[in-house]
Design a binder for this molecule. Sequence first.
Ligand code: IPE
Ligand code: IPE
Ligand code: MG
Length: 253
Amino acid sequence: MSMDPAVSVKRVQQTRLRIPAHLGVIMDGNGRWAQARGKLRTEGHIEGVKALRRLVELCINYGVGHLTVFSFSSENWTRPKDEVSFIFNLLRRFVASDLQKLIRGNVQVRIIGSRLGLEESLVRLIDDVEAKTARNTGLVLIVAFNYGGKAEIADATRRIAAEVAAGRLRAEEITEATIEAALYTAGLPDPDLIIRTSGEQRISNFLLWQSAYSEFVFVDENWPDFDEASFVRVLETYSHRERRFGGVEAKLP
Ligand code: IPE
Ligand code: IPE
Ligand code: MG
């Protein structure tokens, strides 16, 4: 770890930063980062992985419990074939290069998204990473890969409908909890804060159900430029937000 956790913890105490228990990040702007430097878009994705490593360390040091990052959406299939396969290979390379470090860092990795249409070998890799880190008790790193919020809700609906058709569940018994249990994120808390980089202000099909009461912070930096200073600025903004969840009084966190 390049940072001294004690220094970061001290900073949290000094500035009274409120730390989200679950942080979601829409890591956007890799392509624009590269284009602005006369580089190929793929080089932006490589820098994006470096920014992701940095973020994982920051979350560990600042005490974020769950981190969900959006790394490939179900709509990203519409990109040129070369770029899609580059991103897929990047996931493989990230796992190959970082798995040991994640295990040592006590990080539990979960990959959410549709497994349909993914190569057999990639599905095995995903299962392997999850299995090898399943007993870790530190940061939970959730990678949304081949993920779409609408597809997730459709998958959940299909699963619940099958239960009803098989006579194991009655339609009247379906509650929000039934749906939550059928989502890819079953058992995980909802994100408290969602950050999107690159100046875009939209959700692009990320965690639709789970973000019902999330705070959103949009920052102008492209994802590869997102560093500790950006992270602290976002946390400061978040710390001033009043969360009401439909009530009249502010609730933490
Ligand atoms: C985010 O950066 C990474 C993925 C969506 C895979 P982009 O590739 O969307 O970069 P921009 O938005 O084109 O700059
Ligand atoms: C959202 O970014 C998906 C990821 C960051 C993986 P996009 O770049 O795909 O979103 P749009 O197309 O600008 O809405
Ligand atoms: Mg984009």
